[in-house]
Design a protein around this ligand. Structure first.
Ligand code: PEP
Ligand code: MG
Length: 575
């Protein structure tokens, strides 16, 4: 009898195939005390295991296929870094020496201590790195047990195998490229877990966080993976199978149609020109942005440079990153957002992370104002890089005009410093502001007098307007881009900017949702910035839209305060 399991859909379309179960990597750990005389041999056994594991990881790192996503290398170097860190490679040695426990036991004790520390971390991205620590430790356990730690991924025989795993490590992902697997599903994995990040870039149908998939799916069983809607159908009957074969074909057709429009200019059926930019987090993301036809970077989240280090990134390091983006984009606009830390993204060097409510605390531009030396270092690096391309500055989380004025003062002073240092920069560099707080939305006319452009951050604008924490699963059903309050605010922001003739763009997730493209075009938005993977889908919507024809429905959407009514109007936009 068929069974449907729900999880987090990572995309990649639909796959139909036979399940291949990956055994759980849990290893039985023997715990025993050693005689004094046995200690030196045990230390050698432990050191050997570390050496073998390192060799294995280095080998995998060296065998990353050229077309593999850049994240893969990053995760493998993270695993190597964890392995080389004294907490895993040295401290268990001390336990062997002082407590005379066997190597596995020593490593297990150390792992437990580390995991307890990870559980204390509030920042989701860092907390999820605990899985990486477990995966590295599992490799060492395997090496201690004399297993070949390299052979993780079971070989798939058939051409349509679907891997069913508890979790997949980055090393498994390297092997994935060379197998016959057409999709994978896992029991665990949050939306920002490494598995999710890699799955997205592999672009294979995948569903994570299914919880009990490995217990409920049998080896060889027929399964359908719907990575778009986030579910897995186990043992489907002929009727469901036929339905999904059709859906799969439709999806594939849509994908190849998308490639055809890569080079087309985004213009609506009634001749309205639109700009489609990319959101990036690291300089190398520009490759994907360009491959998907982006004609600019609408949001470079510079804080990712600040998150990966133990300490603040130096000015030169920042300069090189900004310059690389500017050069990669070869004269196209590159909007770099000044560091936006403090709420969901907290850097290790930030001391005060116990704010009672970080989302309403010292975040975005507020943190920059409180840390002028960090801010001015970044402005200095940004201005230097502005000599190498068309860089524009964007400040996050503004809620008052005073913040913009103060930013301008900092900017002018850093410019004066550069002039006195004889360093070239773009004298006319533009300064924009993110509109992501209701206070900024409601006073946007005033803000626009002091800004060259604005960019709407809907992720936060929705969170703050609806009082719904964007990271809290318990209220995610209330996080609604089509709430009448959100639509009214968007309409106000876009209308005001258009009326005063200043550019307005959108860089929140709404901009990359093809289901909302028509509404945003109807509201007057002409500049969209999104994850590179969304660009072609949104372009396709743009090409098929007649903006003028949407006007009556858009007007009705802006007037109603009833969510259901608004949703009904929105559905008609696609009719
Ligand atoms: C936003 O809030 O919409 C936005 C683009 O910024 P971030 O998601 O980085 O907070
Ligand atoms: Mg934001």
């Amino acid at each position: 009898m068929s069974l449907t399991l729900h999880g987090i859909g990572i995309g990649g379309g639909i796959a139909i195939g036979h399940a291949h179960l990956m055994s759980h990597t849990d290893i039985e750990i023997a715990q025993y005390l050693l005689d004094d005389a046995q200690v030196p041999a045990e230390l050698t056994r432990f050191d050997d295991a570390i050496r073998i594991t390192r060799k294995e990881l280095e080998m995998l790192w060296g065998s990353i296929p050229e077309n593999a996503p850049t994240e893969l290398g990053a995760f493998l170097s993270l695993h190597l870094m964890l392995l080389n860190d004294h907490t895993l490679s040295k401290e268990p040695r001390e336990l062997i020496e002082t407590q005379r426990c066997n190597a596995e036991w020593a490593l297990k004790q150390q792992l437990d201590t580390l995991l307890a520390q990870f559980d204390e971390i509030e920042e989701e991205y860092l907390r999820e790195r605990r899985t990486d620590v477990i995966q590295v430790a599992e490799r060492i356990f395997k090496a201690l047990a004399g297993h070949d730690p390299g052979a993780h991924l079971p070989a798939s025989q058939a051409r349509d195998s679907i891997l069913v795993a508890h979790d997949l490590s980055p090393a498994d992902m390297v092997l994935f490229k060379d197998t016959n697997y057409v999709a994978f599903v896992t029991d665990v994995g949050g939306p920002t877990s490494h598995t999710a990040i890699l799955a997205r870039s592999l672009d294979l149908p995948s569903v994570l966080a299914l919880k009990h998939a490995r217990g409920l799916i049998r080896e060889g069983e027929m399964v359908i993976v719907d990575g778009v809607n986030g579910f897995v159908i186990v043992d489907p009957d002929e009727l469901i199978l036929a339905e999904y074969r059709t859906r799969q074909q439709e999806w594939l057709l849509k994908q190849s149609a998308l490639q055809d429009i890569r080079a087309s200019v985004p213009v609506t059926r009634d001749g309205v020109q639109v700009e489609l930019f990319a959101n990036i987090e690291l300089p190398e993301d520009t490759t994907l942005a360009l491959a998907n036809g982006a004609t600019g970077v609408g949001l470079f989240r510079s804080e990712f440079l600040f998150l990966k280090e133990e300490s603040l990134p130096g000015e030169d390091e920042q300069f090189e990153a900004y310059k690389a983006v500017a050069q990669n984009m070869a004269g196209m606009p590159v909007i770099i957002r000044t560091v936006d830390l403090g709420k969901d993204k907290i850097a290790t060097w930030q001391e005060d992370t116990d704010a009672p409510n970080p989302a309403l605390g010292l975040t975005g531009i507020r943190l920059c104002m409180a840390e002028p030396s960090m801010f001015r270092t970044q402005l200095h690096a940004l201005l230097r890089a502005s000599a190498f391309g068309k860089i524009k500055l964007l400040i996050p989380m503004i809620s008052t005009i005073a913040e913009v004025k103060q930013t301008r003062r900092h900017l002018e002073e850093v410019k004066a410093q550069l002039r006195s240092e004889g360093i070239a920069f773009d004298e006319d560099i533009e300064l924009g502001g993110m509109i992501e707080v209701p206070a900024a939305a409601l006073t946007v006319r005033g803000l626009l007098k002091h800004l060259d452009f604005i960019s709407i951050g809907t992720n936060d604008l929705i969170q703050y307007s609806l009082a719904v924490d964007r990271n809290d699963d318990a209220v995610s059903h209330l996080y609604d881009p089509l709430h009448p309050a959100v639509v009214k605010l968007l309409s106000l922001i876009i209308d005001t900017a258009n009326a005063v003739g200043k550019p307005v763009s959108m860089c929140g997730e709404m901009a990359g949702d093809p289901a909302l493209t028509r509404m945003l075009l109807g509201l007057g938005l002409r500049r969209f910035s999104m994850l590179p993977a969304q660009l072609l889908k949104v372009k396709q919507q743009v090409l098929g839209t007649d903006v003028a024809a949407l006007a009556p429905l858009i007007e009705a959407m802006c007037e109603t305060s009833d969510s259901d009514e608004l949703r009904a109007f929105a559905a008609q936009l696609d009719a």
